[in-house]
Every structure is written in C-alpha cells, then in structure tokens.
Design a protein around this ligand. Structure first.
Ligand code: FE2
Length: 256
C-alpha cells in the first residue's frame, strides 16, 4: 500500500499487488485522467482515494470506465464509480474496499454495516480483503480497524492524515496501521507549503494552498505478507524512504 505515489518500476516488481491512494496525486488535489493513465503504466494494480477525489473535474469523464480505481463505498447510492473491486491476479484474487470515516469529516453514509456486507460478499469469492479507511480521527480508525479484523479482513490501512503512525501490528490475523503516511516533500505541512499553511493559521483567512517542493522527498508505504489460501496476514512492515533533492541535483549537474 503506497500512501501516494512513488514511481520506481524496479521497486514495484518485487510486489504481487500494489495499492496506491491517489486522491492528492495531481498537484495536491484529485487525479487527472493523464495521471491516472501514468500510474497504471507504472504498474499500480489498484488506486484508492478519499474526500479529494472529486477535485479535478475530469474524474467524472473516466471514473465509470476505470478498471482499477475505487472511491469510498459509503458515498450515497447513485454516486459515480464503485466502492470496491475484486482483482483476479491469476494465482490469487484480492478484494479491495475504500471507505470514508465520519468523525471530523463531511458526513457520508455510516460505514459499519455497508462494509460488513461487502466483506461477506467478497468472502464468497476470495479470502483476501484489503481496506483503505480514509479518516481523520485515530479513535475511529482504531475502532473500525478492530471491527474489520473480527469479520475477516486481511489488511487495513488508515489514510488521510498523512503522518505515518508507528503502530503497525497484526490484529486477529489482519495487518493494521492507523495511518500509512504520505509521499511528497518532507519539509512542508503534510505536503503543502509551510508559508501558505502558516498564513492560514495566523490570519484565519482561507488562502489557496501551494504544494510543497522542499529539499527532501519522502516515500511512505506499508508492506504486508498475506497467506493466499486463508487470507491471513503473516507480517506487516512500515516503509519510509527519502531522498535529498539538492544532493541529487548536484550529482546530476556533475554528471552533465
Ligand atoms: Fe483525504
């Protein structure tokens, strides 16, 4: 599970299935059709999202024809797109569900029953089920995570708060982490420029966020081993890589 996007085909090759939360991938807000196609080409198997998925208007042009993008399942009935998918990978099938939290978020339908029913439906086809729970409050993430572990989920990742938590664990045979973190500039404010974030706090006047560029880029992800025959998680590992853009620029200048 990638919390955002990290484009390295060699890294991708070592995984059987890659999920990326892409809701902020097109310059901080939403996902353009072009970026959607780019990410498919990089080898991402499933794209999940959250409250920002509607920010780029062309989402409405491709969400219904996409074969790997899912939007939160608890949007009201009739919302474009789908909230879960089952992927047939040949040696295994995997179901992925995307869900929105309701604490400190814009209200959507209650997730508890909807997800329980969806898990039951997917279980008839495959024991492997992964959930991306896009939510703000840690207590809601932990409680909903525990609930999902009791009804046969293989892995559960929190997203949305952008700071990777250090609580990865196996709960009831399910790999769990409260937040997978994010990919982007380390020296901004959860991906946005410090100066515009600061000014919003100091003046209380909404100002357009700028995406942080910064001197360091970080990649957060979570790796989970799942037993194919049972859907049980065997191991979970947090990943944090970062690169110094300035050092890298200097290196490439030297090479040129
Ligand atoms: Fe979000």
């Amino acid at each position: 599970m990638l919390s955002g996007i990290f484009c390295s085909n060699d890294t991708f090759k070592k995984y059987d299935f890659i999920i990326a939360n892409i809701e902020n991938a097109s310059h901080g807000f939403g996902l353009t059709e072009k970026n959607y196609k780019d990410f498919k080409e990089y080898g991402i198997n499933c794209m999940t999202c959250g409250n920002h998925i509607w920010d780029k208007k062309d989402i409405y042009n491709y969400i219904d024809t996409s074969d790997c993008l899912i939007r939160p399942i608890n949007y009201p009935k009739g919302t474009k797109g789908v909230g879960s998918r089952i992927f047939d990978m040949g040696e295994f099938k995997i179901g992925v569900i995307n869900v929105l939290g309701r604490v400190f978020m814009n209200l959507v339908d209650s997730q508890w029953e909807i997800v329980a029913e969806e898990i039951k439906r997917i279980k008839e086809i495959t024991p492997i089920i992964v959930i991306d729970f896009h939510a703000e409050a840690t207590a809601e993430k932990i409680c909903f995570g525990r609930y999902c572990s009791e009804i046969g989920t293989s892995a559960f990742f929190g997203t949305h708060t952008h700071v990777q938590t250090a609580d990865e664990s196996i709960i009831n045979n399910m790999g769990y982490i409260t937040d997978a973190g994010f990919c982007g500039a380390s020296d901004g404010v959860i991906g946005m420029e410090y100066s515009t974030s600061l000014s919003r706090f100091l003046t209380a006047i909404p100002e357009r966020y700028e995406v942080a560029e910064g001197k360091t880029t970080q990649v957060n992800a979570v790796e989970v081993d799942i037993e194919v025959s049972t859907g049980k998680a065997l191991a979970i590992k947090r990943i944090l890589c970062s690169k110094n853009n300035i050092e890298e620029e200097k290196e490439s200048e030297k090479e040129n």
